[in-house]
Design a protein around this ligand. Structure first.
Ligand SMILES: CC(=O)N[C@H]1[C@@H](OP(=O)(O)OP(=O)(O)OC[C@H]2O[C@@H](n3ccc(=O)[nH]c3=O)[C@H](O)[C@@H]2O)O[C@H](CO)[C@@H](O)[C@@H]1O[C@H](C)C(=O)N[C@@H](C)C(=O)N[C@H](CCC(=O)O)C(=O)O
Ligand SMILES: Nc1ncnc2c1ncn2[C@@H]1O[C@H](COP(=O)(O)OP(=O)(O)OP(=O)(O)O)[C@@H](O)[C@H]1O
Ligand SMILES: N[C@H](CCC[C@H](N)C(=O)O)C(=O)O
Ligand SMILES: [Mg+2]
Length: 491
């Protein structure tokens, strides 16, 4: 594609050199100098660790046909490569990548943001669409969901970088996928990874503490999440969970109003879907709610109130993308659990249950333990840790919550990454004084299992679906469900 056509949907920045850009053929786009091939457009991005501008000479050497960089950038003397400058490099990259790679993409794209519940909601939405015989996929922390096979797009972030995202969407479009439910992480939004997309509708699950290692303040974190609404198509509805903290819901409401977008809500305080009564059962929940102007009752086999919140969010999103489509309440009873989210990993001969969950924030851990309490006749035991190189402020808060809502607390490692694991554990244990400290995660689970009596529940939190333990840059194979099943000797 020549540069003229590449820039057809993105205005060329003022001051672009007056060369005939129809003569500049672009063979690919990347922001990583290591991926540059002859004819590529290299986009220099300032990152958190490095500055892509320092790799411009390397990109030129590798044959880049053009460079997009920040205003004020100068090419090495003698370089003949075309330089285009803008103060919106990341956003421009996202739009160009979509023009270049993502021409035929799913026609219905829904974005889901919030601190917790994105993966679950996206997966439920994909399942609802599939039940309705639509060609649907989810994209996020679990990668691509709903496809039988897909090429390897490399390590996928919760919200992939904009070039990978455009390639994934093109693949989905080529394979006749019409509906996509995708997660919008705050990192992805702050880094403009989604700027090339337009969403039909978006869902906002909640906002509680997380990622304050990356976002300077909670206000920055919230603003990153709110920016998802700017990527909605004209008049596209926003669905929010009305049971979230009032001040956050108010900010979502203000943002929706300022952009002239309709806002609908779900939850006990919701209007589009209103929960009336939820009763925990030994194997699931009995739900009574109002939607489509009538009341409905059903039983879901999924345990945990937060799962129900995600289910109704998914149902509301599914009907919001099409006008005059009733909310598919009857399909909710058929939703299946999401890998690593409140997953029943084992039931012991004495009927004690063992769950694996991905709670890795204070709010998620609290809701997890509260959700399991009505199912626990005896003691509720939790095994968890906290990630290294991530928001350290979460650690004592998680310790405090475990201490308050569980009967026994075992603190272990969860991806210490470059940090000293003992220090992370200490920061958690500072607020969980009775906690048992066991560094090795499998050993911690083994001790947790050994404490189980009839009527007890053990929940292993924080790693969910993960397949590795990251220690000092090395990834050691590890999965909580597999560890539990190997310890109790059942598949
Ligand atoms: C903190 C963060 O989000 N980092 C992302 C960011 O990296 P960065 O800003 O550190 O990049 P950098 O290393 O400073 O490099 C700057 C630029 O120089 C370029 N470069 C660098 C080296 C080189 O040799 N040549 C070169 O051109 C890089 O390609 C980049 O464009 O941009 C990279 C390329 O897109 C991402 O891979 C990287 O994600 C890292 C791996 C990561 O762990 N991100 C996590 C925190 C993340 O994004 N998580 C959220 C989910 C969180 C949640 O919801 O819980 C997610 O969406 O997954
Ligand atoms: N609606 C919710 N409200 C509060 N906590 C929730 C909610 N949904 C899920 N959780 C908790 O958060 C954990 C992670 O859920 P999920 O993977 O769906 O969230 P996510 O937003 O995709 O997380 P990530 O930021 O890691 O991508 C769950 O295992 C559960 O403990
Ligand atoms: N998306 C989250 C996942 C955290 C999962 C937990 N196991 C950890 O490593 O902290 C993050 O990267 O912050
Ligand atoms: Mg997720």
């Amino acid at each position: 594609m020549d540069l003229y056509h590449l820039f057809s949907h993105v205005p060329l920045p003022l001051g672009t050199p007056h060369v005939d850009i129809t003569d500049v053929d672009i063979t690919g786009i990347t922001s990583n100098s290591n991926d540059v091939q002859p004819g590529f457009l290299f986009v220099a991005l300032k990152g958190t660790k490095q500055d892509g501008h320092t790799y411009i000479p390397k990109a030129i050497q590798a044959g880049a046909a053009a460079i997009l960089a920040e205003e004020g950038t100068k090419l090495p003397s003698g370089a003949k490569t075309l330089l285009i400058t803008t103060n919106h490099t990341a956003s421009t990259l996202a739009k160009l990548a979509m023009t270049f790679y993502g021409r035929h993409i799913p026609s219905t794209i829904v974005g889901i943001t919030g601190t917790n519940g994105k993966t679950s909601t996206a997966t439920f939405l994909q399942q609802l669409w599939t039940q309705e015989k639509k060609h649907a996929v989810s994209l996020g922390t679990l990668g691509l969901g709903g496809l039988t096979s897909a090429p390897d797009f490399g390590p996928i972030l919760t919200t992939p970088d904009s070039v990978t995202l455009a390639k994934i969407l093109a693949y989905l479009g080529e394979h006749s996928i019409t509906h996509l439910a995708m997660e919008a992480s705050s990192h992805g939004l702050a880094q403009h990874r989604l700027d090339g997309l337009t969403f039909k509708t978006v869902g906002f699950t909640n906002l509680t503490r997380d990622h304050l290692d990356y976002h300077p303040t909670v206000e920055d974190y919230l603003n990153a999440k709110l920016s998802l609404l700017e990527h909605l198509e004209v008049g596209g509805p926003v669905i929010a969970n009305a049971d979230m903290e009032t001040s956050i819901l108010e900010r979502i409401t203000q943002k929706a109003h300022s952009l002239n977008l309709p806002l609908h809500t779900v939850g006990f305080k919701g209007e589009m879907i209103k929960l009336l009564n939820v009763r925990p059962l030994p194997q699931g929940q009995a739900v009574h709610l109002r939607a489509n102007g009538q009341t409905h009752q059903f039983i879901t086999p999924l345990v945990g109130h937060f799962q129900l919140q995600n289910m109704i969010m998914a149902a509301a999103l599914s009907s919001a993308v099409e006008t005059n489509t009733p909310i598919p309440i009857a399909l909710l009873a058929h939703l299946q659990g999401v890998k690593g989210r409140m997953e029943l990993a084992a039931t012991l001969p004495n009927q004690a249950a063992v769950y694996v969950d991905y709670a890795h924030t204070p709010d998620a851990l609290m809701r997890l333990l509260q959700a399991l309490r009505p199912h626990t006749a005896g003691q509720l035991i939790v095994v968890f840790g906290a990630g290294g190189d991530r928001d350290a402020g979460k650690r004592p808060l998680m310790g405090e919550i475990a201490h308050k809502f569980a009967n026994k607390v075992i603190v272990t490692d969860d991806n210490p990454r470059s940090e000293d694991p003992a220090r992370i554990r200490k920061e958690i244990l500072a607020a969980a004084p009775d906690g048992i400290e066991i560094a090795d995660r499998k050993k911690a689970i083994e001790i947790g299992l050994s404490l189980l009596k009839s009527g007890d529940i053990l929940v292993v939190a924080g790693k969910g679906h993960e397949e590795g333990q990251i220690i000092s840059g090395q990834v050691y194979p590890f999965n909580d469900v597999k560890a539990i099943q190997s310890l109790i000797g059942s598949p």
